[in-house]
Structures are given as C-alpha cells and as structure tokens.
Design a protein around this ligand. Structure first.
Ligand code: ACM
Length: 634
C-alpha cells in the first residue's frame, strides 16, 4: 500500500512538473520584432470579463478602444474603456517625456494584478498593444468567440525601434489589389511595427491612381487585356481587344486608405514611376513618348531583353520624353493631385530601369543634349529628375527615387532607395544623401524563398535566413544617413492577396526584426522558434505564409568531373533523409550526415525529405542528374 501511495505521489509531482512546463512553454515570450529589453517576472495576468481598460489622455482613447475590441472579440468579454487611471489594463501617455524610448517606444508591464503600457505618444501605445497581443495565447487571433485560458506572462518590456523607416513596398500595377486587400495588408504589417507603406501605383502594366485632370490615365491606363500564364511570357494585346483586367483607386478610396493606415501608425509613400516604367501612362497619352506610337497597357508580354550586368533593351517604348515641355506639364498635374492626397513628405518618383534607346534616336532629345552640353544620353535622366524635383518642391514635397537617380546627378536633398545591392546606398550616403536600404540581396520578397523546383517560379531566390542576416548600415557608412529599410513585394507573379501573404511571411517578419530590433538582440535560432509560433497564430488569423523553411536546401558543385551534392536545412532540428535508388525516402532511408555526397554514375534521381521528431515536415524534393548538374555553382 505504502509503495503504491509513494508511486502515486511521484506520479502526481511528475504530472504537475509536465503541466507547469507546458504552461511555461505556452507563456514563453515570442514577440516579433524582438524588443530591446525583456525582463520576465513571476506569475501571470488573467484576463476576465468586465475588466476596465483606461487611458489617461485623450490621445490614448483610440488605442484603448482598439485593444478592447481585439481582446473582446475572441474572449467574448465585455471590457469597458474609460478615461483615467483606474483600469486593470492602462494605456498611459507620460506627463514628462521618457527620453530613453523616443517617439515610437513604449514600456509594457504585466503583473498578476495589472497591465500598464506607457509611452510618450499614442504611436508608442499602439506598439505596446501589438506586443501585448503577442503575449496572449494564439487564440487571440480568432475572429470569433473561442475558449482558452486568457493569461499573459508577467513581464517588463522596454522597447523602441532601431530605425525610423521600416517599410514594405506593394506593387499594385503588375496585379491590381482591391481597396480591401490593401487595407488587410496594411493591418498585417502594422502588427509587426512597420511604419511605412510604399505604394507602387504606376508601371507598365497599370496606372492605379485617379488623376482628375488627366482622366484617361485610369479610363485607359488602368485596364488591360485578359491573359493567363507566366507573366513576362504572355501573348501581345490585339487592336480592339477588350480590356477587362485591372482597376484603380479613386481619390476617395485613397483618402480612406490613408486614414486607415494612419490609424495603424503607417504612413503611405506613393510612387509614380517615371520616366521609365510608364507604358500604362503612354497607353493613355502616347504623345508623351519620343516615338508617339500607340502602346497598350502591358498584360505581361516579353517586351524587354536582359543581357546580364543590369543591361537591357525595351522592345516597346515605355519612357516619357525628357525633351518635351508637355511631359513636365503632365507631371505637374499628376504631382499636384498626388501631393494633396498623401500627407507623407516624400513622393517616390521611381527613376529605375529607364531605357534610353528611344531618347538616343530622338531629334528633340539630341537638341536638348546639345543645349545642355550633355554628351551621354544616360545623363539626360539627371536633367529629367532635377526638373521633377523642382515640381515636387513647389508642392512642398521631397524627392525619393531608386538608386538610378544618382546617375546624371541629383541634388543632395534627394533621398535614395538602394535596390541594386547596397552599393547605391553606400555611394549615396558618401555623397550626403539620406538612404533607405532595400537591396535585392536581402529585401526582395518577390523572389523564391525555397527550393526552385517547388516554389512558383521566379528568376531569383532569397531565403528567410538570408533576409534575417541583413545589416542595413554598411561598414564605413555613417549611420545617420541610413533612415532604415524596406521589403519590396513586386507582383508580376502575385495575382492574389493570399499569395502576397505567402511571399511576405515569414520574410517580412525577419525584416521587421532587422529594422526594429537592436543589432545585438538578433539571433536566428530564437527568431526561427518565434516564427513557428507566429505560423500558429497566422493559421488562426487566416493569414497565409510560406513553410519553405522546412524544406531541405540542395546545392551542387563539381569536382574531378563528379557532381558533389551538399544538403542543409534553414532551421535547426531537422533530419534530412534521401534516396538515390528510385525509392521514396522516409526516416528509414539514408540520413544525411552533413558530409557532401558524391553522386554515383548513371541515371540517378535524388529524392530528399526533412523530418522532425520522426514526422515528415518538409516537401519532397525530386532532382534528376540534369537538375543537379544545372544548379552547379548556383
Ligand atoms: C526595381 O526593382 N526595379 C526598383
């Protein structure tokens, strides 16, 4: 009997240990982006029906109401919002500014009896709320009432951003995203403390912003012929063919989105991409090009040729004519209306990938070059951009452009978005320009994020781990010139919001940490554990994301004429199994031991799969000898 009693005691102690461990695990602090300081405390706060949320100053009311709604929906609790300092949950603005946390920072304190978020401004309260929501169980993401134990671990968090510019660019030209889609996307990125939404509103494939003084821009330029298939390989439009695909934002839509974004502390930088990337504008107003030939809004045809090293040719004209005064009158009208719609001090004017071949052939451009004493046609872009800057300045706006704006000279007041690697940014900073870092090598989230034979095909790849490793301040550059960074989501191959989400996450979470968190606080292993918890949250929120981080990475090289295969995984704790004998791999197949595999002779197919805790977790990757050969050195 005594023995049995003791065993029972041991069993109970064991069960209690397991349960409290599980609870601690559930309550682990999994905030993305990683806060500056996290001090864990003892105990938990329990959310209950009828608790009050208070705000001490009227600027905090909207945040308090947003919190009440976010907590109230999944819990079903009625949480009253009231002015004062009597709430069990309090959002308070400091009377005397707290210098340490700056404009956007906050201090969040959770104790078993109370939650307080304190900040200098309402934006800090908003970010404190985002962190607090991430401390709640994942069910907090539910859009309907659900039951769980609504507890938050006790903690003190002091947090503020590393960079003031934390952006994401969404291209709505290549594919159109509805007003509701844009709002949803803005809502998602605000939760990861992004503060800038760069809206790529015009390009060759659609003009998306209503300009009342130039109605054809949207009557004609927002619509294109229906096409399916890989973008960039589609059939040419035919004369007279209907143009059902597209859409645009009315000025009322834009005001609504700007307000919606402001409520989430996101500022919108509009981009009107000139003088290149202008085929949709030219479809509406062909007289603005050098050739003045009729062009169509492009549905994704192969209208350019790329020769490597960034050199290219446009087979169809897509540039504005820099020698025509009517072009500047056109731009003045466009920027007058754009400037009135967006409170952000910047207007992005593109400047990227402008093909000068039609300028070189044009008598007007040649005469202008002579007049300006310009020898290289490339330098006409400098003239064009300087004219555009004057137009913007007259409307109280600052010029922002892709790093090509450095070519041909631009005033030091212009801000440069470095995209062709970081070298444009380095050069710009040395010249005294402000810089936003958004290099293809770390921040192009339209690139494939995993195995090329599995992912929807794009011409380049960028894994989450690589994005996470980004350091926005290059060696030898004064940090004061680097305003921050962005992720860029070009949408040639992204026709839906679900797929935009798939391409964005988890890389946009990784970059959120790059742009918000202290450099020293970054840690890939701990980020990747948090990332998986955010996958669970996204599942409940119905937000899509990629699981490519679970797939094996297969690289090849050649040695003495033999193919050498190296296999790896992006996150820790995965087992890689493979076969080369035309059988399906499972956890009883050969386990990759980290040593490179020398591919034997013959018609070999490599099949690779990852497991975790004896369960398959990654996609099956199948690569023939030809596939393996093709990726040598890539
Ligand atoms: C760009 O990717 N063309 C800026």
């Amino acid at each position: 009997m005594k023995l049995l009693g003791n065993m029972k005691k041991i069993l109970i102690i064991f069960l209690v240990c397991i349960l409290s461990l599980a609870k601690a695990q559930n309550n682990a602090i999994q905030i993305i982006p990683q806060p500056v300081e996290v001090q864990k405390q003892n105990g938990v706060f329990q959310l209950r029906n009828g608790q009050n949320i208070s705000f001490n100053k009227s600027e905090g009311r909207a945040v308090a109401e947003m919190l009440a709604q976010k907590l109230g929906t999944p819990s079903g609790f009625n949480l009253k919002v009231q002015q004062g300092t009597a709430g069990v949950i309090q959002v308070n603005i400091y009377d005397t500014p707290n210098e340490k946390i700056g404009k956007e920072g906050y201090i969040l304190e959770v104790s078993p009896s109370k939650i307080t978020i304190a900040a200098n401004q309402s934006v800090g309260l908003f970010y404190g709320v985002q962190s607090l929501l991430q401390l709640f169980p994942k069910e907090i993401e539910s859009k309907s009432m659900t039951s769980t134990n609504w507890i938050v671990p006790a903690v003190k968090i002091t947090d503020y951003p590393r960079f003031g510019w934390r952006g994401i660019m969404l291209d709505v030209s290549r594919h159109f995203f509805s007003k509701e889609d844009v709002k949803k996307y803005i809502d998602q990125i605000a939760r990861y403390k992004y503060n800038t939404f760069h809206w790529h509103l015009t390009d060759d494939n659609g003009w998306r912003i209503e300009i009342k003084s130039l109605p054809k821009l949207t009557e004609v330029g927002a619509w294109r012929v229906a096409r399916t298939g890989h973008f960039g390989g589609r059939a040419e439009p035919k004369e007279g063919e209907p143009t059902p695909y597209g859409g645009f934002y009315t000025q009322e839509d834009i005001k609504e989105i700007v307000k919606y974004a402001q409520e989430r502390n996101i500022t919108i930088v509009p981009e009107i991409d000139v003088p290149g990337h202008s085929m949709a504008a030219l479809a509406a107003y062909p007289e603005l090009s050098c050739t003045k030939q009729k062009v169509f809004v492009n549905p994704g045809t192969p209208f350019s040729e790329w020769y490597g090293n960034g050199t290219f040719k446009m087979l169809v004209e897509n540039t504005l004519n820099p020698s025509d005064e009517k072009v500047y009158e056109f731009l003045d009208k466009v920027f007058t209306e754009v400037a009135q719609l967006f409170p952000n001090p910047y207007i992005h004017v593109g400047g990227d990938e402008c093909y000068k071949g039609y300028w070189a052939q044009d008598a007007g451009c040649q005469a202008l070059m002579k007049k300006l004493n310009i020898r290289h046609v490339e330098d006409l872009q400098g003239y064009f951009m300087n004219r555009v800057e004057k137009i913007l300045e007259a409307k109280g706006k600052k010029l922002l452009g892709w790093d090509e704006i450095l070519e041909g000279g631009i005033s030091p007041k212009a801000t440069v978005m470095s995209w062709r690697g970081v070298k444009g940014g380095i050069e710009a900073a040395h010249l005294g320009h402000d810089v936003v870092m958004t290099p293809t090598t770390f921040a192009y989230i339209d690139y494939m994020q995993g195995e090329a034979t599995i992912e929807p095909s794009i011409y380049a790849g960028l894994r989450t781990k690589k994005s996470y490793s980004f350091e926005p301040v290059p060696d030898g550059v004064e940090a004061k010139y680097i305003l921050g960074g962005q992720a860029n989501l070009w949408t040639e191959q992204i026709p839906t919001l679900r797929h935009a989400e798939y391409m964005s996450y988890p890389r946009a979470w990784a970059l959120a940490e790059v742009y918000w968190s202290p450099k020293e606080a970054k840690n890939w292993d701990s980020f990747s554990q948090k990332m998986e918890k955010h996958f669970d949250r996204s599942d409940i929120a119905n937000i899509n994301y990629s699981k490519a981080i679970y797939d094996a990475i297969v690289r090849t090289s050649k040695k003495d004429g033999k193919i050498i295969v190296e296999m790896d995984s992006e996150i820790a704790g995965l087992d890689i199994y493979y076969t080369i004998d035309d059988t399906m791999p499972d956890r009883f197949s050969t386990k990759h031991n980290g040593k490179p595999l020398e591919l034997p002779e013959g018609a070999i197919t490599l099949r690779v799969i990852t497991y975790r805790n004896n369960k398959p977790i990654g996609n099956l990757i199948i690569l023939t000898r030809a596939d393996l050969e093709r990726r040598v050195g890539r």
